[in-house]
Design a protein around this ligand. Structure first.
Ligand code: FE2
Ligand code: FE2
Length: 318
């Protein structure tokens, strides 16, 4: 990393701190999850600081992607099902999405993309030895956290314009570097490092746009986790219509990686087909309101999959 990139990252992270919006609940959950002495009761108390997060956690625990036969009706059961790491990832993602209290559609779109990549990563982890499914989920959930930090600090609209003007990943990463001094991948990894998250997760975030660099990661578990996140990100880009099925197949075949072969094309296709419904179940709640009012209850919003012909998004994702 060049000194100017390092400087840019430190400048942005200082601004993130200065925003002072990282909520108490997320910090508390982070502390509980990082402390091996913590009990389920400690986690329950931390989560209940943020009612909207409790709702999201129950929704996730009851989603078919955990495949439970019986209903998870309270936080204690949900913590047992999800595990501390997944809850930590959810809390951080929600907190970061709300930095700057923006209700901009780009922020919601980013949240859906993050969830989708988490879901896909968790599915793929079942075919890869040595990867804990919860770790894969959290890594997917947090992979574009740098992009959300940039939105919070630099403005949602700026990021949308920058990505719209540069439709391909390489071009928008270069545009981010030119505009902000660093791209969202290195920024996200630096932020997660500063919060004390595991090195393998930070590496997966740093390299999620660079298959060739992922192939060079020495530690086998870290490399496989990064490969899973890369693959999940590619699959969700296909859901968003940024690449077509042939393009997705070509990228997967052309990547110098082991995981795509281990996962296999049928599971990739199955995941791509399953993602819209999974997302609707999980993100149907969307984000809790940025001003932290109690979450509204009521019928779930029907998402416009049919109206958009399967494309949920309207902008490029990172
Ligand atoms: Fe992404
Ligand atoms: Fe990205």
């Amino acid at each position: 990393m060049s000194p100017s990139e390092e400087q840019a990252i430190q400048r942005i992270l200082k601004q993130v701190d200065a925003l002072g919006l990282f909520p108490q609940a997320a910090m508390k959950i982070h502390q509980v999850a990082s402390d091996p002495e913590s009990s389920q009761r400690d986690m329950e108390r931390a989560i209940s600081l943020e009612p909207a997060l409790s709702a999201q956690i129950l929704r996730l625990a009851n989603s078919p992607f955990y495949g439970l036969r019986r209903n998870v009706s309270n936080l204690r059961q949900a913590i047992f099902v999800l595990g501390f790491r997944a809850i930590q990832g959810l809390a951080m993602s929600l907190a970061v999405m709300h930095m700057g209290k923006s209700a901009h559609p780009a922020r919601r779109q980013a949240w859906r993309h993050a969830l989708a990549v988490g879901i896909a990563a968790r599915r793929f982890s079942s075919r890869v030895d040595g990867i804990v499914p919860g770790d894969a989920f959290v890594s997917g959930l947090l992979h574009d956290i740098g992009e959300t930090l940039l939105m919070a600090v630099e403005g949602d609209e700026d990021l949308v314009i920058l990505h719209t003007d540069h439709p391909h990943a390489d071009a928008w990463l270069a545009a981010e570097r030119e505009r902000f001094g660093c791209d969202h991948a290195v920024l996200g990894a630096a932020c997660l490092e500063s919060w004390g998250l595991p090195e393998g997760l930070c590496e997966a975030v740093r390299l999620h746009h660079d298959a060739a660099a992922i192939a060079e990661i020495e530690h086998p578990t870290a490399r496989r986790l990064a490969e899973i996140v890369w693959l999940a990100d590619q699959v969700d880009r296909a859901r968003l219509g940024e690449i077509d099925l042939d393009g997705l197949h070509a990228r997967i075949e052309g990547a110098p990686l082991y995981v795509p072969q281990a996962v296999g094309w049928p599971l990739v296709r199955d995941t791509l087909d399953a993602l819209p419904d999974e997302l609707e179940r999980l993100a149907g709640a969307d984000l809790p309101s940025p001003d932290r009012k109690p979450k509204r209850t009521g019928p779930r919003r029907r998402v416009s999959r049919r109206r958009t012909g399967g494309r949920v998004g309207w902008r490029k994702t990172g």
